[in-house]
Design a protein around this ligand. Structure first.
Ligand SMILES: [Zn+2]
Length: 187
């Protein structure tokens, strides 16, 4: 079931509480994946190639067994993350004059992103579970580390100039971090 035609951010407000009472976000819910704050029903076909794709608002997943279905969902999430993150790295990099090297999509259990001294920027695919604005913030945050390899005052000043709403997104990530980083589909 979809969370509805309203804002995809419904139920994601910082401070909504761990149970987000009344909101659509229920990380204990089975049979769904979360994408940009919306629940998408998983529809296993029970046969065919272990491939996941969105169709008519559902995630249709092939493959014979549970392990195959979960692996297909994992690959799908990484694709979704890359499709959102790569263009943002490109566009924001140009806007800010910060050119990244490689873009890695990972499954870090403790962090949203990182930036190496060689210019590789890494992002957690779980960023696509929640607010698109929070994902956007993490991209700009990591790009800014190409200029400042630290969290100095200069870093935060430049980040505030580049992404004025950063405090709200950082707060949202802090509030929801534990549930987002530990979430996995229940099928
Ligand atoms: Zn940082």
């Amino acid at each position: 079931m979809s969370a509805g035609a309203g804002s995809p951010l419904r139920g994601f407000h910082p401070g909504a509480g761990s149970d987000a009472a009344g909101g659509p976000i229920d990380f204990t819910r089975s049979g769904v994946v979360w994408l940009e704050g919306e629940a998408v029903l998983i529809e296993p076909t029970g046969t065919g190639k272990p491939l996941a794709r969105l169709r008519d608002g559902r995630l249709v997943v092939g493959g014979g067994g549970r392990a195959q279905v979960l692996a297909a969902i994992d690959r799908w999430y990484r694709r979704e993350a890359r499709q959102r993150i790569e263009p943002l790295v490109e566009v924001e990099g140009q806007r800010l004059g910060l050119e990244a090297g490689k873009v890695r999509i990972g499954n870090q259990r403790t962090r949203w992103g990182s930036c190496s001294t060689s210019g590789t920027v890494s992002f957690n695919w779980r960023l696509v579970l929640g607010r698109p604005e929070a994902l956007h913030y993490v991209v700009v945050h990591e790009l800014m580390h190409l200029r400042h390899h630290n969290h100095s005052r200069d870093f935060w000043n430049d980040l505030a100039a580049a992404f004025p709403g950063f405090r709200e997104e950082a707060r949202w990530l802090r509030v929801n971090e534990r549930r987002l980083l530990q979430w996995k589909p229940r099928i």
